[in-house]
Design a protein around this ligand. Sequence first.
Ligand code: HEM
Length: 216
Amino acid sequence: MKSKVGILWGLIVVLTLGAAGFAVAPYLTFDSSLSRVDIHPSFPPHYPLLLVHIWCSFLALLIGWLQFVPGLRKRRADIHRLFGRIYLGLVAVGGLTGLTVGMFATSYVRQMAFLTLGFLWLFTAWKGYRKARLGRFDEHAVWMIRNYSMTLVAASARLLTPLCILIYLAGHGGQSSGGVAAVLKQVLEINIWVGLAANLVIAEWVVLSRFKRTFK
Ligand code: HEM
């Protein structure tokens, strides 16, 4: 049973890193012509801000999971504190730049998804930080579970895209008049919302299971 859980976790980590790595790849060379996001010509800081957003958010995703490793948290509280501060700094910069570039998103539905996600990301980080400062570590853990679930939307929104495509095709008799591009356009309008909803539910599920274990 334990090895099955291990395999499942391994699969989740590989898929998450694969989806996030695939998303970040075009921004590794700092060449704005490779950007998948339409860069606003009348706002020169758009591309630099997008790069800062992508790098800070990606690093937050890469180090965030370490904070949930129980052995590390218990044995090396100093490392947990140091990584926690770095993580929260990355979320603050990634979130604020995410909100700024979100104002330039060409679609209103995507724009609202990014703004909602950005606000929830910053809000849950702030709550997590305050609870830690007040020494209320149970509540700190709950807010940080919620916060990391928002960090993971960058991966889950992409991983859920094939499912969204299948549901779209099922609802349209298996075809679309505009071809693959038209289907993708529709799906990319809503995939952030789908990832956001799924991750929020999973986070609350994890929080409730912890709560049940504590009060058993
Ligand atoms: C959780 C809060 C986040 C918010 C509010 C946010 C917001 C945004 C916004 C507004 C854009 C521009 C999209 C557009 O104009 O169409 C964007 C793009 C991007 N973000 Fe984030 N993001 C978040 C988290 C992350 C994370 C954790 C990563 C880590 C991999 C990430 C990686 C990217 C990448 C790679 C792009 C470029 C997308 C593309 O090429 O299609 N973001 N994000």
